[in-house]
Design a protein around this ligand. Structure first.
Ligand code: 13P
Length: 248
């Protein structure tokens, strides 16, 4: 059985004032039947990890591929772990776009993260042009093949399917489209890693997940949770999403 995962990606949002939201989420969901993960900006990671105690796991939003060295402004996977993280999001489309990260970059970062004892949330997803040209599955296949290192296990690998056109737009694919991609990702993971790893790695959906659409998305096959952006910033939005996942 895969443990369902409700993950929040705060992106470049949040200062010390937002820790109150984390305390509310912790108080509300002590002993939740699903795993809860928050990935704040690096500046908040340590404080948030302390505030979250054991109720919530924390993660970074990126890491460097090297262990340490002359890389001004960058953060290593070991530093994230030292600040309390147990996960790191890698290859988010905003990083692929803003920082021109390639599948190879993502794979090298993921290798470094695994070596530092972190679990990886590797993001894949198509643009609207790619979907309109019926290229979605080819794009996803390429990103999976290129971005995931060989060293993953069922426990350390999480894939987030995030159609780029659904991020922050309020639009989501149809439930059939989500199911098609999630089933495809599952079959690719089983093909490459065998049924053990392939069946136990979790696959999240991300892109405009809100309290109003979470339950239907969580009812789709091979959706093991969500990677939530905007709606993870406020306990009043994130809590109903967590509850919908618990009921799914
Ligand atoms: P939104 O939930 O704000 O659409 O963002 C999704 C996302 O990019 C999570 O990583």
């Amino acid at each position: 059985m895969r443990r369902k995962l409700a993950a929040g990606n705060w992106k470049m949002n949040g200062t010390g004032a937002e820790l109150a939201e984390v305390r509310t989420i912790c108080d509300t969901h002590q002993g939740a039947g699903v795993e809860i993960l928050l990935c704040p900006p690096a500046t908040l990671l340590h404080r948030l990890s302390e505030a979250a105690s054991s109720a919530i796991a924390t993660g970074g939003q990126d890491c460097h591929k090297a262990e340490n060295g002359a890389h001004t402004g960058d953060i290593s996977a070991g530093m994230l772990a030292d600040a309390g993280a147990s996960y790191v999001i890698l290859g988010h489309s905003e990083r692929r776009e803003d920082h021109e990260e390639t599948d190879q970059d993502v794979r090298e970062k993921a290798r470094a993260a695994l070596a530092a004892g972190l679990k990886v949330v590797i993001c894949v997803g198509e643009t609207l042009e790619e979907r309109d040209a019926a290229n979605t599955l080819d794009i996803i296949a390429g990103q999976l093949a290129g971005s995931i290192p060989d060293a993953v296990t069922g426990d350390t690998l999480v894939i987030a399917y995030e159609p780029i056109w659904a991020i922050g737009t309020g639009k989501i694919p149809t439930l059939d489209q989500i199911g098609e991609v999630h089933d495809f990702i599952r079959s690719r993971l089983e093909q490459r890693f065998g049924s053990g790893v392939g069946r136990s790695a979790r696959i999240l959906y991300g892109g405009s997940v809100k309290p109003g659409n979470a339950a239907e998305i969580f009812g789709v096959s091979n959706v093991d949770g969500a990677l939530v952006g905007g709606a993870s910033l406020k306990a009043t939005d994130f809590s109903p999403i967590i509850e919908a996942l618990e009921k799914a």
